[in-house]
Ligand binder design. Structure first.
Ligand code: ADQ
Length: 409
């Protein structure tokens, strides 16, 4: 374990506009994922499991749901007084505006850096599904004597416009960085891909303090757009930590490969759920050596009264009635699936009642909904578009509470 004193800022204030309508009432880090998690749980678990225990979660956009989740899932144990996740809303400490961007959010909390005086600061996004031993990235940073290290990995060229794109040499030293370029540069030895930033950074504290100061003076607010390019131009040592090749999945026997998914849009979000299904899931939340922590929900296990359930995950206190046919689906907690319901490739969130005879295919049903008896969703995209949101990839999303409000009593 590194002897460095480290504090973490988790950037959890983004709007997640491409995840609409799942983000109409909550920020992206608070969107449910898998059978029982929220997206934010992955980065927080990675930090805690990596022994980084001083964590400030910077929230902004529609943050009530996120704050409530963090209170329930991440409250301090009295036994672990040195371990805490503190939610920091914008407080206008450094001026009269809310967080104007990721760098501005950290700048507005610069007092925390001064109070803790850590050796290193990790600034991580809260938008991804992954397992990462951050100590490996910190060691890489130290070995290279880097000023800043950016976690990165190859992504298909057609997706790269949505990322910060890096050019680096064999040692990882970065020579160019462009935030969301219109024409992403292919990797020399992998021309179908670009080398994309994961939005996770390790900074030497002094380098970060100076950079935030300079950016603030220049009216700049964002790490990707402003701070990183400015540091590069000023000759600082920026390195890329290639997560795909450097990260050793040292959490065997449960983990044999590295996993990272951007779930920024509905289709990516939906497809990432396929990775948690199957006999040998590409991403298995089960790993006692590297648990993904989440809410401490105390309800009973799911109850299956009959029907046929194939390749699916069932959340706590969920009831599946007789004569149902459920395949390749994720059903979260306190949900009731009535008789004669057919679910194929669906994500049914918490507190949903799917009434008898409904047939759903490639549908995401957000929390607190009642799907009326006999409803067909996902079988006729034009009909679905009249009532719901349909993604470019043809996934229908029923927004939270749209069809009725259900809470199991
Ligand atoms: P984006 O994800 O598009 O790109 P951004 O919208 O700034 O960048 O979000 C980064 C993180 O900061 C997210 O976790 C988001 O929730 C949070 N955030 C955004 N605005 C915030 C604010 N005002 N206050 C607090 N938190 C905020 C970034 C990088 C790219 C990189 C991708 C990887 O800029 O270079 O490739 O992440 O997904």
């Amino acid at each position: 374990m590194s002897a460095d004193r480290i504090i973490a800022f988790v950037m959890a204030g983004g709007q997640g506009s491409r995840l609409q309508p799942l983000t109409s009432a909550r920020s992206k880090p608070s969107v449910p994922f898998g059978s029982r998690y929220r997206i934010v749980d992955f980065v927080l678990s990675n930090l805690i499991n990596s022994q980084i225990r001083t964590i400030y979660l910077l929230v902004q956009y529609k943050s009530q749901s996120l704050i409530e989740h963090v209170r329930k899932a991440w409250t301090i144990s009295p036994l672990l007084q040195d371990q805490f996740v503190t939610v920091v809303p914008p407080q206008m400490r450094a001026g009269s505006s809310w967080f104007q961007g990721t760098a501005d959010a950290v700048h507005q909390n610069i007092n925390l850096l001064e109070e803790h005086a850590p050796d290193l600061v990790v600034v991580f996004g809260a938008d991804h599904i992954y397992r990462m031993d951050i100590r490996q990235m910190v060691n890489f940073h130290r070995e290279r004597e880097a000023d800043v290290t950016i976690a990165a990995l190859p992504v298909p060229l057609e997706d790269a416009k949505g990322f910060g794109v890096i050019v680096a040499d064999g040692s990882g030293r970065i020579s160019a960085f462009q935030e969301k370029p219109a024409d992403p540069r292919p990797m020399p030895n992998n021309p179908d891909c670009a080398f994309a930033s994961m939005g996770n950074y390790v900074f030497d504290t002094k380098v970060l303090l100076d950079a935030l100061h300079d950016s603030q003076q220049a009216g700049e607010t964002d790490f990707g757009q402003h701070v990183l390019p400015r540091l590069l131009t000023s000759g600082k040592r920026l390195f890329s930590y290639d997560f795909a090749t450097n990260e050793i999945p040292n959490i065997k026997p449960y983990e044999t490969r590295v996993y990272w998914r951007d779930v920024g849009g509905i289709d990516a979000y939906f497809n990432a759920h396929k990775d948690v299904l199957g006999a040998e899931p590409v991403f298995d939340a089960f790993n006692p050596e590297w648990p993904i922590y989440s809410s401490n929900y105390q309800g009973p296990v799911a109850r299956v009264l009959g029907g046929q359930v194939n390749n699916s995950l069932l959340g706590a206190a969920t009831v599946i009635h007789d004569n149902t046919r459920i395949s390749n689906s994720i059903i979260r907690r306190e949900t009731v699936i009535e008789e004669d319901v057919e679910l194929e490739d669906c994500i049914i969130m918490d507190y949903v009642r799917v009434c008898r005879g409904a047939r759903l295919r490639r549908v995401i049903v957000d929390r607190h909904n009642i799907i009326e008896p006999g409803t067909l969703i996902g079988h006729d995209p034009d009909a679905d578009r009249q009532r719901f949101h349909v993604s470019p990839g043809g996934v229908t999303v029923v927004p939270s509470g749209l069809v009725g409000f259900f809470a199991r009593d």
